[in-house]
Write a protein that binds this ligand. Structure first.
Ligand SMILES: Cc1cc2nc3c(=O)[nH]c(=O)nc-3n(C[C@H](O)[C@H](O)[C@H](O)COP(=O)(O)OP(=O)(O)OC[C@H]3O[C@@H](n4cnc5c(N)ncnc54)[C@H](O)[C@@H]3O)c2cc1C
Length: 704
């Protein structure tokens, strides 16, 4: 990376301070005016601007755009009120320590300016030695974030940090594992704690700085921490660069890596630009399962299957979908054996087992090829692409596509954290920049019916969608996203032992009811069956009903659902009651209908046969004693609205004509081959690999 760091020693305690206006010198505690100061929060700068009259604070504004929205971002409002009431003497907000500390420090500095008592320079005075600290960091289960741990060792000599090593960690190798050395190099070079977080690795970066501050404090106390935080890190002047290549791939998830690998295998020069400095895509966060039918691996496990049978099963589940392109779906299923074996042999991915997620209907054949994790799949595909000659440009987001007057796409304009102006000219440009579920505004615009998302765990920010709109691509609008009903959210600190209606830790002996308070499917069916039925009825929240025996069996779940609120709301997940009617009242369902549903379910349990939906008798547990109802807000991974593509993964315009030079693959272009009745874990990665591979192979020969 060209970026170099220059440092400027500042003798103020905090970075970038400045008074914007001062209007009075009347005697009193303060000089009336507006004062601001900045300190480093979790993801970047937090700026506190305080307006005072002679004796009191009259207004407070806090800006911290880089704070994690659900943690520090959410805390800013509360912190603003605290500063208004108590100046810098604030309690902070629990769970948002970084942001709270930054607000406290910046408020103290702004008020010191107002009082005319600028904060004294902190002294850097670290004792030589080796220091170790442990911090809460990132871990994952089933592709979802859970708190983990990292340990750091710091060497200090002659009042300088000479080395930082991160020892054991639970972070993903290609997120935290990549971010730690980047941060270590920058800190050692700049001798500053004001180095920016690594994009795409916010939690890991936070852990890094927590542990580093701890080590510095051990060596030289809080004054040394403050002194190193005050060392500003200046970026280089932005430069202009231009590259020319055969194929440009935008985004390093499964689709982009497949596209890049396949183009390089066809002999093309390939540049892949990735927005983040680490591989923190949805693919990396995923469980890493890939579906295919009729593979050698299935055969080796004694499973009889064919691509044709897979195509038929997939079609049967998806056929009512309005946006379905049945030919594209069929060709994907028929080619799935070849694609999966390409991922295995050329991508270097080892499959561990082949499983199914449901014993029922079209999903009964084991076709889910499991791997170690999504991070593992990404690592393998990155290695394969690099070995095939692909040039990776990390931390280089594409900003817009370059379109000639005749409509041909000829590359993309890109940039980086330094603000460089980077032009990449290419014969073929393959957009694989993921989905949009992390862009709240776009999410609400594209999926207005979904208003109860508890947790968006996909990585997409909508860049691909915006690029498609700008060049006149036909947009396939899909009104739902990939979602499940999980009693799970970022407020939960640990994965409960079971998650009602999840693909990975299901407990079938529950009663699931839709928004109409009725049962709509067998609870031992794959979770997407319930998702679909509830969605089709027009609801976007589901409910799980259990009894005391269930809650006693799963105390972690019990504790969490009865005490945690759905993120961003003060609505609890769980409620108890002695009757079904009480439960209905708690969540706003129709009491008579829910009472009838519970009575009918119990009647079927007594009979031992689910005459209504065919749930297996072993899971028909009668609901007795105190009852509990658990709201199931949706957890979403990726949204499906994106570009329309043809069989070569070329993007087409609103008239059905190919936009020359432009391709798309992955979750930014899978609206034609998906369904609310999602086949099962692994279908998305198959889509990515299939159309990524096709796009790469086709684009590689554009100049032939
Ligand atoms: C928790 C979880 C578990 C899942 N489990 C599975 C599973 O087991 N099997 C399965 O099939 N599916 C699973 N999915 C869904 C699947 O992971 C995604 O649909 C799939 O990974 C999407 O891949 P992609 O390549 O299209 O996009 P992504 O993997 O999101 O990659 C897009 C990349 O583009 C980059 N990018 C974005 N904008 C730009 C830009 N302007 N310039 C350059 N780069 C950019 C992003 O940083 C990112 O690295 C899961 C998803 C989640 C979140």
């Amino acid at each position: 990376m060209k970026k170099f760091l220059a440092m400027v020693l500042s003798f103020a305690m905090l970075a970038a301070t400045g008074c914007t206006s001062s209007t009075s010198s009347a005697a009193g505690k303060y000089t009336a005016g507006t004062y601001s100061a900045t300190a480093q929060g979790f993801g970047g700068d937090v700026t506190v601007t305080i307006t005072v009259d002679a004796n009191a604070i009259t207004d407070v504004q806090i800006v911290g755009d880089s704070e994690t929205p659900s943690v520090g971002g959410a805390a800013l409002e509360e912190l603003t009120e605290q500063v208004k009431a108590n100046g810098a003497e604030i309690d902070g907000v629990s769970g948002a320590t970084f942001t709270s500390d930054a607000v406290k420090a910046a408020a103290a500095d702004a008020l010191a300016q107002a009082e005319g008592t600028e904060t004294a320079a902190a002294e850097l005075n670290m004792a030589d030695g080796t220091y170790t600290a442990t911090a809460e960091s990132y871990d994952e289960q089933y592709g979802l974030y859970t708190p983990g741990e990292m340990t750091m060792t710091v060497e200090i000599a002659d009042n300088k940090i000479t080395s930082i090593t991160v020892d054991p960690y639970t972070d993903t190798d290609i997120i935290g594992g990549m971010a730690f050395p980047i941060l270590a190099d920058e800190v050692v070079e700049a001798q500053s704690l004001a180095v920016d977080s690594v994009s795409g690795a916010t939690v890991s970066s936070g852990a890094f700085f927590t542990a580093l501050k701890d080590c510095v404090a051990q060596a030289g106390g809080e004054d040394s921490v403050a002194a190193l935080q005050a060392v500003e890190v200046a970026a280089a002047e932005p430069v202009t660069e231009e590259y020319t290549t055969d194929v440009l791939v935008i985004g390093a998830g499964m689709a982009g890596l497949s596209a890049a690998l396949s183009a390089a295998q066809e002999g093309a020069n390939v540049i892949l630009v990735e927005k983040n400095l680490v591989y923190s895509s949805s693919t990396t966060r995923s469980v890493g399962y890939i579906i295919a039918g009729g593979t050698d691996f299935q055969e080796s496990q004694g499973i009889e299957d064919t691509p044709e049978q897979f195509a038929e099963d997939l079609y049967n589940l998806y056929k009512e979908e309005e946006t379905l392109d049945a030919d594209l779906l069929k060709s994907m299923a028929l080619g799935s054996k070849e694609v999966l074996e390409w991922v295995e042999h050329d991508g270097g991915v080892t499959f561990d087992s082949v499983i199914r997620k449901s014993a029922k209907g079209e999903r009964a054949t084991p076709r889910i090829h499991t791997t170690e994790s999504g991070g593992y799949v990404t690592s393998c595909m990155v290695n394969a692409a690099v070995n095939a000659g692909v040039t990776m440009m990390m931390g280089t987001p594409a900003v817009s596509l370059i379109q000639a007057e005749d409509g041909t796409v000829t590359g993309a304009k890109c940039t980086n954290a330094n603000g460089d102006d980077i032009t990449i000219n290419a014969n073929g440009t393959i957009v694989c920049a993921g989905s949009y579920t992390n862009n709240e505004e776009l999410f609400n615009e594209l999926n207005p019916r979904i208003n109860n998302i508890g947790y968006a765990c996909g990585s997409g920010e909508g860049d691909a969608y915006n690029m498609f709109v700008e060049v006149g691509a036909d947009i396939v609008n899909v009104e739902y996203t990939q979602f499940m009903y999980y009693a799970y959210g970022s407020t939960f600190t640990a994965m409960p032992e079971v998650i009602p209606n999840s693909p990975d830790t299901p407990e079938y002996s529950v009663l699931l009811v839709a928004g109409n308070a009725e049962r709509v499917t067998a609870e031992d069916n794959f979770c997407f069956e319930f998702t679909k039925e509830n969605w089709d009825l027009g609801y976007n929240e589901g409910y799980c009903i259990v009894d005391q025996e269930f809650m006693d069996t799963y105390p972690v779940l019990c504790e969490q659902v009865m005490t945690a609120c759905i993120p961003g709301t003060d609505t609890l997940y769980g409620y108890s009651g002695e009757t079904a009617a009480e439960l209905a009242e708690a969540v706003g369902l129709d009491a008579d209908t829910l009472t009838a549903t519970v009575e009918r379910y119990n009647e079927l349990c007594d009979k031992g046969v689910d005459e209504d939906f065919g749930k297996e008798p072993e899971y028909m547990n009668k609901l007795e004693g105190t009852l509990y109802i658990i709201r199931m807000p949706q957890i979403t991974t990726d949204g499906y609205t994106g570009a329309r593509i043809n069989e070569n993964a070329q993007v087409v315009d609103t008239e059905g004509n190919v936009i020359p030079g432009l391709y798309a693959a992955g979750s930014c272009a899978d609206g034609q081959v998906t369904s609310v009745n999602y086949y099962g874990c692994g279908t998305s990665l198959l889509t990515c690999a299939t159309f990524g591979k096709r796009a790469g192979a086709h684009a590689a020969h554009l100049a032939d």
